[in-house]
Design a protein around this ligand. Structure first.
Ligand SMILES: O=P(O)(O)OC[C@H]1O[C@H](O)[C@H](O)[C@@H](O)[C@@H]1O
Length: 301
């Protein structure tokens, strides 16, 4: 990876907005700093680790016990889950949430937009390793725009000769002052499957208030969610496209404590709102076809 770091440092030595570093475990990190915000993106997983608009507290939660280990997902930020969400449908040995979050991506393109925002494109293509888990030729491109808003577009393209079915998620972790002073709006009356109670077909009534473990798959919804982060006196908006499934997750104490990379009290200051493609909301792509999944995150004025 250090070759990659020095190549990027050379390529972008004149950039005022981009700088590059390595974690102490050797993963390469891009830091974006412009008039609107500061963000960090790890090439491992094309993983947005932080997004902090000017004058705001961080919007994305990153575990205090985060580990940056090659081949292991980073706890917090925005993991790119792909080409499946959750456990593999037939093989429990295969990685949860697919393999894209566990591989090194390439930084393929960057651009400074006219308004001063920064756009970066990360790509991942099939390899011997990926084909062992998923026998398809593909190109995956994550375009990240860092401005007043954080905009992410995940474009999956079938570059092979056979149909391929893609699922996945932009699995965003949000940083809130306190879960006790947080409510999530936007999913009132939406049907959901409750993975904790193991009950399907429930209906959300009103706002979501979290005071225990929550792992819910909201179905057939394109809604923008609003996180009332009252402890920080702000509202975070989470909009999406190309996804009819929204997952809301907080592991609460026991599950958080059981994860080696999740600080024990971290569940009090995070919630995940995920733009998901899963179940009936996966996409069959013929050769040459693409699917675009997007998520846009911003703090309301
Ligand atoms: O621990 P991970 O593999 O990153 O998964 C973290 C979580 O992701 C999603 O929110 C799923 O709905 C949860 O069931 C899962 O626990």
């Amino acid at each position: 990876m250090s070759d990659v770091l020095s190549q990027l440092q050379t390529r972008y030595q004149d950039s005022a907005q981009l700088s590059f570093s390595a974690t102490n475990t050797g993963l390469v990190m891009v830091t974006i700093e412009n008039d609107f915000a500061r963000a960090e993106i790890c090439l491992h997983g094309a993983h947005v680790c932080s997004f902090q608009p000017k004058g705001q507290k961080p919007v994305l939660w990153l575990s205090n016990d985060v580990q940056f280990i090659q081949g292991k997902a980073i706890r917090g930020g925005v993991p790119v889950c792909w080409p499946w969400f959750g456990p593999h449908p037939t093989n429990k040995e295969f990685p949860q949430h697919g393999f894209a979050r566990n591989q090194n991506w390439q930084l393929s393109d960057t651009m400074q937009l006219a308004d001063g925002a920064t756009e970066l494109v990360f790509t991942l293509t099939d390899s011997e390793q990926s084909r062992q888990l998923w026998p398809h030729a593909f190109e995956l491109a994550l375009k990240v725009t860092v401005g007043k808003q954080l905009h992410m577009e995940l474009l999956s393209t079938n570059t092979g000769d056979d149909e391929m079915v893609v699922g996945g998620a932009l699995h965003s972790y949000f940083d809130i002052a306190s879960i006790a002073q947080t409510r999530i709006r936007g999913l009132d009356q939406v049907t959901y499957d409750d993975k904790v109670a193991v009950q399907d077909g429930l209906i959300q009534r009103g706002d979501i208030i979290i005071d225990e473990e929550v792992d819910r798959v909201y179905l057939d919804t394109l809604a923008t969610c609003l996180i009332n982060d009252d402890g920080n006196e702000r509202v975070i908006a989470v909009a999406k496209d190309g996804s009819r499934t929204t997952v809301v997750w907080n592991p609460w104490f026991d599950k958080a404590a059981a994860m080696g990379d999740f600080n024990n009290d971290g569940y009090q200051s995070m919630v995940c709102i995920e733009a998901v493609n899963a179940g009936d909301d996966c996409y069959a792509l013929l050769p040459g076809e693409s699917h675009r999944l997007t998520q846009t995150i911003y703090v309301l004025d």
